[in-house]
Write a protein that binds this ligand. Sequence first.
Ligand code: DLZ
Length: 157
Amino acid sequence: MSENRLEGNYAAAGLKIGIVVSRWNEFITRALLDGALDALRKHGGNPADVTVAEVPGSFEIPVAVHAMAQSGKYDGIVALGCVIRGATTHYDHIASAVTSGISSVMLTTGVPVAFGVITTESIEQAIERAGSKAGNKGAEAALVAVEMASLLKQIRS
Ligand code: DLZ
């Protein structure tokens, strides 16, 4: 006898995906968004099934993600932002608020939200994660949203 095994896949065709992207550190978040859109296209996603909402900063990401999740229109959501540690304590507050906010939306609504908010010590580290030597975290997050959407569909069916 073998167990029943459920696994998500990376087929984006037919999935409705919402993306919330922050404008703060736009040079980086634009690259994350391009990476996410490219990954969805390469995995069969239809651009007409993808909705992008822009927010001013990462602190505003959770409320927009929450509105998308509550709308019932999306199979998965991708949150994209970039928080860079500066001389103030803003970094800790924003990084912690966006992380716990997104996690709470996911658990209260049941809609998968992929965390593509990069939190770094420096702009150099952010560049590395936005398409240079450490890959593109936007693309990775988009595929996580697709995988989780497909897995949750199977669990619930
Ligand atoms: C204020 C602020 C600071 C200092 N740093 C960042 C950051 O590194 N990344 C980011 O996404 N947003 C930052 N913000 C803006 C806040 O997220 C928020 O938009 C403002 O405090 C207004 O609510």
